[in-house]
Write a protein that binds this ligand. Structure first.
Ligand code: UDP
Ligand code: MG
Length: 295
């Protein structure tokens, strides 16, 4: 039977969380009274996750589907792989580490029933380290400014989507993508709801500072051309300022006659050329950006 609901869960080194996850998730889903499936995507775990998944599958073969990656591709790729396989009309994503509450899933489904096509969980009281919260805040502000993707909490993976959104995301065939932002860019009637958040009980976060910086860099090159435009803009500024300097030096020379300013004339010319170069780089970048968008 075709399921109504598909739950996609990326799993990386979560042997300790999985048993609790299954004991909390299945009762919630069973109580919905609708056919469902749970897709667990093992993102190349290096601990005992694979064996635990086998065990879980033997307990609930009716609703569980397990996918194994040969190596670690990252949380978002694991989710996208799950999206390619889902059969339900409504798709929910959830982390395996139980920082989000499986018990909150009905909350999201209620919003879907009200006609929203993307429902985003918002970690109202987020239980993470202070530097994670700080980085997230910066990321959220920057995102709103330079990508115009407006969502409250793009790091919260407890989310629900209607089927057509998932189909469009899968059709993108992107290799480095951000599930939450991409989905919101396709949404026509998105909504945010507050969900609970707990500190990680078992295992540890798979994101360290370097990974988060890379994540942010990826994010902003993925969803905006602002980094390129920065170069075009600074090119214009440098060229313009050095042009003014050049005029000033020339005027000085005509009025006061030649002095030791030859070096400065040279400076002005060199800066002007650097400005032109940066501008050129920015303009080439604009074209590359357009090609990228078409792709
Ligand atoms: N995860 C994954 N691949 C990775 C990193 C993480 O599939 O390379 C999964 C992980 O098992 C968890 C979810 O993505 O289910 C979120 O990861 P984590 O809890 O480490 O991130 P945080 O909550 O610290 O943002
Ligand atoms: Mg987590």
């Amino acid at each position: 039977m075709k399921p109504y609901l598909s739950v996609v869960i990326p799993v990386f080194n979560e042997e300790a969380s999985l048993p609790t996850l299954s004991s909390r998730l299945f009762p919630v889903l069973d109580s919905l009274g609708k056919p469902y499936e749970v897709l667990l995507v093992n993102d190349g775990s290096r601990d005992n996750t694979s064996a635990v998944l086998k065990q879980l599958f033997s307990e609930r073969p009716d609703v569980l589907r397990v996918f194994e990656f040969n190596r670690n591709y990252g949380q978002h790729m694991a989710i996208m792989a799950g999206f390619e396989q889902v059969r339900g009309d409504v798709i929910v994503t959830l982390d395996a580490d139980l920082q989000n509450f499986p018990e909150d899933i009905p909350l999201l489904l209620a919003k879907i029933d009200e006609g929203h096509d993307v429902v985003g969980g918002v970690r109202a009281q987020r239980q993470d380290s202070w530097w994670r919260l700080f980085l997230s805040k910066m990321h959220n502000n920057l995102r709103l400014k330079i990508t115009k993707i407006d969502m409250k909490d793009d790091g919260c993976m407890l989310r629900a989507y209607k089927r057509n959104i998932i189909d469009q995301m899968v059709a993108c065939q992107e290799h480095s993508t951000f599930v939450t932002a991409l989905a919101t860019s396709f949404a026509s009637n998105p909504i945010d709801v507050d969900v609970r958040h707990a500190a990680r009980e078992a295992g540890e976060s798979n994101y360290n500072l370097i990974k988060l910086i890379r994540y942010n860099f990826d994010f902003f090159t993925n969803f905006s051309r602002a980094p390129l435009e920065f170069f075009t803009f600074s090119g214009f500024t440098v060229a313009f300022l050095s042009f003014l300097l050049f005029i000033y030096i020339m005027a000085n020379r005509i009025i006061h006659g030649p002095d030791a300013n030859g070096v400065f004339t040279l400076f002005a010319i060199v800066f002007f050329l650097i400005g032109i170069l940066l501008m050129g780089l920015g303009i080439v970048g604009e074209y590359v950006g357009r090609i990228y968008e078409e792709v």
